[in-house]
Design a binder for this molecule. Structure first.
Ligand code: PGA
Length: 249
């Protein structure tokens, strides 16, 4: 089902005490919109965050996971491990994972399958680089990323998938895609799934926008018909700013 979602990607920020503090500040905020709220703390704080938000309208999600069931993958975390502490959703394919940790479309397609095999929900990230946009190749690049990582899935698997279009040039830069640029790409993406699958898959997909979403630009971006929410980095680290974005719907 297509839903409004606002997810905070905390990245490698906040130790245990800072996580506790931010969660208690988040709990003091009031939600006036229908958006689902998610936060993604780092692995070491997931369990604590999960426990402290059990009774709240906040879902705690992971920033990454490995594609294997278990085994000799030093430093990695499996889907089963996440599930065992109550985590139901994982962010996969963030551009920082792709750029700094060499995550390929092939590895991501295995991760997506593994998450679905564990009945998890995936927030799948993708987006073009500045050079792609400058040369007008943004739709081709996005299409390739999506087809390579997702198009092995069956139509029914898409109930597990949330998409997050994040143009790399807009992440952490203060430069946002204009609401029209976001809408244009989101419509292109929805249409891609309509062509590859069917109307139900396309119409039920939640497609989030990410890249320098802030309290002062969220409303305009979220007003676009194919933008179903946001994946928020920097602004998710301040409770008031994050809820101003959540309430922008
Ligand atoms: P940003 O990050 O909001 O700080 O640009 C977005 C993201 O990386 O998901």
């Amino acid at each position: 089902m297509r839903k409004h979602i606002v997810a905070g990607n905390w990245k490698m920020n906040n130790d245990l005490i800072q996580t506790e503090t931010l969660i208690s500040e988040l709990k003091q905020q009031t939600k006036t919109s229908d958006a689902e709220v998610m936060i993604a703390p780092t692995f070491t704080n997931l369990w604590h965050a999960f426990e402290s938000t059990r009774l709240d309208d906040i879902e705690v999600v992971a920033q990454n996971m490995h594609f294997a069931e278990n085994g000799a993958y030093t430093g990695e975390v499996s889907a089963a491990m996440l599930k065992s502490i109550g985590i139901q959703t994982v962010i996969l394919g963030h551009s920082e994972r792709r750029a700094y940790f060499n995550e390929t479309d092939e590895a991501l397609s295995k991760k997506v399958s593994q998450a679905i095999a564990h009945d998890m929900r995936v927030i799948f990230c993708f987006g073009e680089e500045l050079s792609d946009r400058k040369s007008g190749r943004q739709e081709d690049v996005v299409k390739t990323q999506l087809v390579n990582a997702l198009c092995h899935l069956k139509a029914d698997d898409y109930k597990h998938i949330v998409l997050a279009y994040e143009p790399v040039w807009a992440i952490g830069t203060g430069e946002t895609a204009t609401p029209d640029q976001a809408q244009e790409m989101h419509a292109f993406i929805r249409n891609l799934f309509r062509e590859r699958y069917n109307d139900a898959v396309a119409d039920n997909l939640s497609i989030l926008y990410g890249g320098s979403v802030k309290p002062d630009n969220a409303k305009e971006i979220f007003s676009k018909p194919d933008v179903d929410g946001g994946l928020i980095g920097g602004a998710s680290l301040k409770a008031e700013d994050f809820y101003a974005i959540v309430n922008a719907f």
